[in-house]
Design a protein around this ligand. Structure first.
Ligand SMILES: O=C(O)CCC(=O)C(=O)O
Ligand SMILES: [Fe+2]
Length: 323
């Protein structure tokens, strides 16, 4: 490819360093009513005006973050590549999936697994599996707390989201990503543009840079997560439940032709697979007609003919087209 072509491609993947809101988790549960009220108001603003935010002062110990990031780095050792190939796509019953993609559309090595209601992890890597399971349990506690807080920002009692999504049996998939695979990419894209299904998506990373999110206003924004902070992105099914009040956002990963080398841990926290998700009656009236079709979480995940572990968005298909 001629150098000028390369520059043109890179320019189309550049993004702005606009501020992303930072929500203090501990203040959402403050015993001081005024402080709690302010924190919940700020969370409402972050959900409605952004749809993504950083979460700090949460309950996950630093050692859990450091443990999983180190564990992933060790697991993706290039010399043990062959051992991981047993988790390459096999069939409809896969609960763990590994793959390595190096193409103009995607450049990453990943390990995905079903984390909830039942936890699955690579049997051979038992110490690593324990680390992943601990991370997953800790993150679920944070997500349960967020479900309470988000319910309140919508004007409901704290169990509204938990009940609407049947979160106690919620379907969670974890993806552990290494960008670019083997330190070489074929082009600037780590992961192409997409939104994610579910209630919320939690994300941590080892180094900053690479993840870009498309704002409400159509502007690509670089995400720089504070140290030991969590990036929260609202999922497609919160958008459906709230009839578009709280929206999910398109995002992508850019490896900038191998300049950004990074590990991320992404958990997609979904409703239970059999739960029908449709716009809540509280969000529908003459001024806000129903904007989405209702369907079970499972059917929405399988809508593109994909395996559940792909957790792909089908939001476009669920939108009711305006006449
Ligand atoms: O690795 C990242 O930063 C984002 C990954 C992502 O968007 C996903 O797995 O859905
Ligand atoms: Fe994503």
């Amino acid at each position: 490819m001629a150098p000028c072509d390369e520059t043109q491609i890179w320019n189309s993947y550049s993004a702005f360093d606009d501020e992303i809101p930072t929500v203090d988790y501990s203040l959402l549960f403050s015993h001081d009513p005024a402080q709690r009220f302010m924190a919940l108001e700020f969370l409402r603003h972050a959900c409605q005006e952004f749809g993504f935010f950083y979460l700090v002062n949460h309950t996950i110990p630093d050692a859990v973050f450091e443990g999983i990031l180190k564990g992933i780095s060790n697991y993706f050792d290039p010399t043990t590549l062959n051992e991981r190939k047993i988790y390459r796509k096999k069939g409809a019953l896969d609960t763990i999936r590994w793959d390595q993609n190096s193409s103009s559309g995607e450049n990453r090595e990943y390990l995905k697994l079903f984390a909830h209601p039942k936890f699955h992890a690579p049997a051979k890597a038992s110490a690593f599996s324990k680390i992943i399971e601990e991370y997953s349990k800790e993150m679920r506690k944070v997500v349960d707390g967020l479900a309470k807080a988000v319910s309140k920002t919508l004007g409901f009692e704290e169990h509204y989201i938990e009940k609407a999504f049947n979160l106690k049996s919620g379907f969670d998939v974890m993806a552990m990503n290494l960008y670019p695979p083997n330190s070489t990419s074929k082009g600037p894209v780590g992961l192409p543009e997409h939104t994610d299904p579910g209630f919320v998506i939690t994300l941590i990373q080892d180094v900053n840079g690479g993840l870009q999110i498309l704002s409400h206003k159509g502007k690509w924004i670089n995400s720089y997560i504070p140290h030991h902070g969590i990036l929260i992105q609202l999922g497609d099914h919160l958008e459906i439940l709230t009839n578009g009040k709280y929206k999910s956002h398109i995002h992508r990963v850019i490896v900038d032709n191998n300049k950004v080398k990074r590990i991320s841990v992404v958990s997609l926290h979904g409703p239970s697979l059999d739960k029908v998700i449709s716009p809540g009656i509280e969000f529908v009236d003459d001024e806000h007609p129903k904007e989405y079709h209702g369907t079970t979480y499972k059917a929405s995940l399988e809508a593109n003919g994909c395996h559940l572990i792909d957790v792909q968005s089908s939001l476009q298909d669920l939108r009711i087209l305006k006449p």
